[in-house]
Design a protein around this ligand. Structure first.
Ligand SMILES: [Zn+2]
Length: 102
């Protein structure tokens, strides 16, 4: 599989390069390619332009980024040196809130 924007985006990219507007649906379609930095620079600029104007898409992208980061931290102890070093009192508090004695 070669890097780049999937074929199904071809029509959309052509439309955007033609001066067409990007909408919220386009944003969700492009999100993965955008975060992987696979978007055509021209399309990427249009995408970011939409994000500056559309708070819901902006929030969507931020939430997605944060989720990816948290997932990486959770899966990679090197990215999160505090993992496995939870203070015993915190563990006790969590267990207590679950209704179990430590
Ligand atoms: Zn939007």
């Amino acid at each position: 599989m070669s890097a780049g924007v999937p074929r199904e985006f071809g029509e959309l990219i052509a439309r955007l390069k033609d001066g067409g507007a990007i909408n919220c649906r386009d944003c969700s379609d492009f999100l993965m390619a955008y975060l992987d930095k696979e978007l055509d620079p021209q399309v990427c600029a249009r995408f970011e332009q939409h994000l500056t104007r559309c708070s819901s898409c902006h929030n969507y992208v931020e939430t997605y980024r944060q989720t990816v980061r948290l997932a990486q931290e959770a899966c990679c102890p090197k990215a999160n040196p505090h993992l496995g070093k939870m203070p015993p009192e915190l563990v006790a508090a969590i267990l207590a809130s679950l209704g179990r004695a430590p």
